[in-house]
Structures are given as C-alpha cells and as structure tokens.
Design a protein around this ligand. Structure first.
Ligand code: NAD
Ligand code: TYD
Length: 351
C-alpha cells in the first residue's frame, strides 16, 4: 500500500483539488504538500483541510536538488504525485527559462531522489507525473489525441512538459522506476488562477473590463471540470500498471468565442444584467504566438481500463464555476492584487 505520498504543487489550481480529495478520502494516508508558493500557489486554496491530521504543508522549491534529497531522507515517502509546474503558456513565451528550471530540472530532481531513495524496492513505490495534452501539439479539424500520438510541442510550456514526460519514461526504462503519466486537457473550476481564459473572463465580466479574445477566437479546447481530473488522478494512481500513460479529457470541445458567449450569457443572468450586456465586452486582440488551433482528447483507454468518466456536463460545470467565483470575492481580490496587476498590464496593454 502506498500511504506516504508527496504531492508537489498542491497549493496550485489542480493540486489543491487533488490534495483535498486525498485528504478527505484517505484518512489513513499521510499527505505532504510541497509547494514553492509562486504567484500561482496559494494556501487559501486549502483552508478547509489545513488542520487535518493526515495533512502537512512544506514550503520548498523542486529546483533545489539538495533540499529534495534531504526531504526524501527525512520523510521516507513511498510515492510521489507530481503536479508542481510553471503552467501558463503566455508566461512561457515571455520567460522560457523559468519553465525549463521548474518543469524539466525540477522533475529530474524528483526522479533522482526517487531513484536513489527507492533503489531495490521500485516495484513497491510509485512516481506519478501529471502532464498535459499540449505535448501532442495541435490537431486540425478532425481527429483526437490518443496515447500513441507523437509528441509535437509548440510553446515553451508544452516543450518543457514534453521534456519532463520523456525524462519520466527514460527513468522507467533505464532504472526501472515505477512510473505513470497522465496527459489531461484544459481544466476549469474553483481556485483557477485568473490569468487563464475562463477565470480571467469571469473576473473581467464582473468588473466590466474588456474580455481579450486572441486572434479570431476560433481556437478549440477540450474542457474538463477540475474535480473530474482529480478523480482521474486518484483512479490512475491506485490502479494503473507501471509504465502506463493515460489521456484524460472531457469530450467537450469548445471554440473560444462560443465558450466566451456562453459565459457572457450565464454572467448576465447571475448579475441581473440585460441579455447581451456582457458580450459587448468581447475585444479581439493580437493572437498568441505559436497558438495551437485545436486540442481534443480520446480518453477511451482510461474509461475502458479503469472505468473513469467525466461526471459533469459543461454548462452545469461552468455555472457552478461562475457561482464559486461570484461568492468568493475575497479570494479573487487577494490573487488579483499586487503582482497580478503588473502581469496584466504587460500582457494585455500592448496587444
Ligand atoms: P498552477 O500554476 O495553478 O499551480 C502550480 C503549482 O506549482 C503552484 O502552487 C506553484 O506554487 C507550484 N510551483 C511552481 N514552481 C514550483 C517549484 N519550483 N517548486 C515547488 N512548487 C512549485 O498549475 P495547475 O493548473 O494546477 O497545473 C498543475 C499541473 O497539471 C501542472 O503540471 C500542469 O502542467 C498540469 N496540467 C494543467 C492543466 C490545466 O488546465 N491547468 C491541464 C493539464 C495538465
Ligand atoms: P489558456 O486558458 O491560457 O489555456 P491553454 O493555452 O493552456 O489552452 O487559454 C485557453 C484558450 O484561450 C487558448 O486558445 C488561448 C485563449 N485565450 C484568449 O483568447 N484570451 C486570453 O486572455 C487567454 C488567457 C487565453
């Protein structure tokens, strides 16, 4: 049984949902959340579980190899669920090296610690690497990403995640580490940092600010409710065979502009605005460089092997998400003060 789990990046968007799920579902596990608390990491995401006896938080940087080695010595983890990453494509275009450091070097540091500390007992340990569908590059109008699709990353973010996936597989093949990888499509839900499309648009609509749509808004993403992703991680962590990869996705493709229009409609209703009011905020801006046209996941392997499937329809999930943001103003105000303003101005004023 794998019971002493290091979860990296547990104070971020998806990580906080994974930590919450595991802490509540597995009272006899010991869950250690290691997070550097970058701009994207926020302990307020975990307030409801922070005092649980099976949970601990440690502040630290996965790029610091000596620190990671000492942590493995002290804590004797028997498994890792690795989510810590720089995760925003636009930031990767501005600062690629941050992505190389955390996403590649940080992952290799964790693999080295696992290799050293679990030597001789790899079959009883587990290294779970959480990755993205963006490693597969872009689709045209047809087709879906399967686990066999060749890697073809286009952004510094997706290139760094692709590299980290390759390192995980290389450590499995070379040293025999028990590793699993999942590649998931775009997530949405509570605690989503408002630099990403959905929470940024909710925040701007709420404040009557322009909704910046890149290019013509025709790019397509496959959206999955974050709690369904956390459930998939739980199922894969406990049941996947070593060396397996699973694609995780919502079978839920939306053109950006259609998604934004739906969001505007929901927000008009929630904010008691006349129908059509929020749509007037839509503003087309310069496209993202190297912008992938379409992502869409075939998750049938996960559905057939392990019985997982998404639980929420998108319209319902989006409404739930809007409700969460509107009733968590303090959280939103806290994360959009300070550095956020500087980022926003740099990212959008010249577009
Ligand atoms: P996020 O940016 O919200 O959170 C990342 C977390 O990692 C933050 O808490 C941050 O403080 C922490 N972190 C960053 N650098 C660190 C370092 N050097 N050391 C320790 N901690 C560090 O990201 P997210 O959206 O929750 O994504 C989590 C993982 O899931 C990432 O690996 C990402 O590639 C992957 N993923 C995300 C999506 C998505 O739609 N958001 C989809 C598929 C896969
Ligand atoms: P994003 O949420 O950054 O996720 P990813 O790039 O990882 O898919 O972007 C989702 C889509 O929305 C993507 O096609 C880029 C587009 N987008 C905008 O049109 N405007 C924005 O302000 C942002 C942040 C994204």
């Amino acid at each position: 049984m794998l019971k002493k789990i290091l979860i990296t990046g547990g104070a971020g968007f998806i990580g906080s949902h994974v930590v919450r799920l595991f802490v509540n579902k597995y009272p006899d596990y010991q869950l250690v959340n290691l997070d550097k608390l970058t701009y994207a990491g926020n302990l307020a995401n975990l307030e409801d579980i922070q005092d649980k006896p099976n949970y601990r938080f440690i502040k630290g940087d996965i790029v610091d190899a000596a620190f990671i080695d000492e942590l493995f010595t002290a804590e004797k983890f028997d498994s890792v669920i690795h989510l810590a990453a720089e995760s925003h494509v636009d930031r990767s275009i501005t600062n690629p090296l941050d992505f190389v450091m955390t996403n590649i070097v940080g992952t290799v540091n964790l693999l080295n610690a696992a290799r050293k500390h679990w030597k001789g007992d790899y079959e009883n340990k587990r290294f779970y690497h959480v990755s993205t569908d963006e490693v597969y590059g872009t689709l045209g109008e047809d087709g879906l990403f399967t686990e066999e699709t060749a890697y073809d990353p286009h952004s510094p973010y997706s290139a760094s995640k692709a590299s980290s996936d390759h390192f995980v597989r290389a450590y499995q093949d070379t040293y025999g580490i028990n590793a699993v990888i999942s590649n998931c499509s775009n997530n949405y839900g509570s605690y989503h940092f408002p630099e990403k499309l959905i929470p940024l648009s909710i925040n701007n609509i709420k404040n009557n600010l322009p909704i910046p749509v890149y290019g013509k808004g025709e790019n397509i993403r496959d959206w999955l409710w974050v709690e369904d992703h956390a459930r998939a991680i739980d199922v894969i962590f406990h049941n996947a065979e070593s060396g397996t990869t699973y694609n995780v996705g919502g079978h839920n493709e939306w053109k950006n502009i259609d998604l934004i229009r739906l969001l505007c409609k929901i927000m008009d209703e929630k904010l008691d605005r006349d129908a059509g009011t929020s749509e007037k905020l839509i503003t087309y801006v310069t496209d993202r460089a190297g912008h992938d046209l379409r992502y869409a996941i075939d998750s049938s392997k996960l559905q057939n092997d392990l019985g997982w499937k998404p639980s929420l329809q998108f319209e319902e999930g989006l409404e739930k998400t809007v409700d969460w943001f509107l009733s968590n103003e303090e959280w939103l105000n806290n994360v959009t003060s300070g550095n956020y303003q500087t980022y926003y101005e740099k990212q959008y004023t010249e577009r």
